[in-house]
Design a protein around this ligand. Sequence first.
Ligand code: OGA
Ligand code: MN
Length: 280
Amino acid sequence: MALQMNPMTPDVGVEISGIQLAETDGAELEALQNAVFEHGVAVLRDQVLSPEDHIALATRWGGIDINNYFPLEDEYPEIAIVRKKADQQTNIGGAWHTDHSYDQIPAMGSILVARQLPPSGGDTLFAHMGAAYDALSPELKEKVEGLRAFHTADHVYSPDGLYAQTDMGSDLRGQEMKTGAIHPVVIRHPRTGRKLLYVNPAFTIHFEGQTREESLPLLRQLYDAATLEEHQCRVVWKAGTVAIWDNRSTWHNALNDYPGYAREMHRITLSGEALGAAKH
Ligand code: OGA
Ligand code: MN
């Protein structure tokens, strides 16, 4: 069966059927990549993907970034484990964010494989930052034109950071890491050329040349625009589901609504490329 694509919503998300990722290569891989670049996230069902297959797919895609903080699979250090145990309260990624924006060359995206799911809940929301940018008022577009912003993960993962104060803290690594990068607030997608809003509530601290306090009013306006439900889709996981997303063009939010149940996902982070500012 040939590859079929069904958009999940007009702005973000595409369900792809008719392929097995363990074998995807050549023109089929290129079609899959273009779908991820265009729709922001692709969802594939009924996949049979061993850890070796997962690594091989990411390698064919174009290379792997190792996450600094998440526990790694013992035998496969390329695989980060995104796990909430049945007795834990805190989950990973349970607020709107895009991964690795604190890196100089942020990761392109991720291939997330469902390994253990709660009986219900644990969906992941995605929002498209191209649609969010397009919907900004002309005044806001003008305000953000040419701005740059500072991103870091230190306040999230450091010994006195957000996770350290939760029951997820002791599961994470890299508390001593120091990160920081300055990126344009509006970037152009390196492959599609589309303008994208590139700030996020988890890792963006302030605009270049402004304090946090000076930056917050405009940041909040942009975050409100970015989280409008009309630019979102919801990934409902089932056994065998794999999602592949683009960190440049989307945010995601892992819903934490399954108390008392474990959830475990395997993530491989795909290497990215330098980001350029969007000029008119
Ligand atoms: C991630 C993440 C979402 C999820 O792996 O980066 O945020 O649904 N996970 O587990
Ligand atoms: Mn994430």
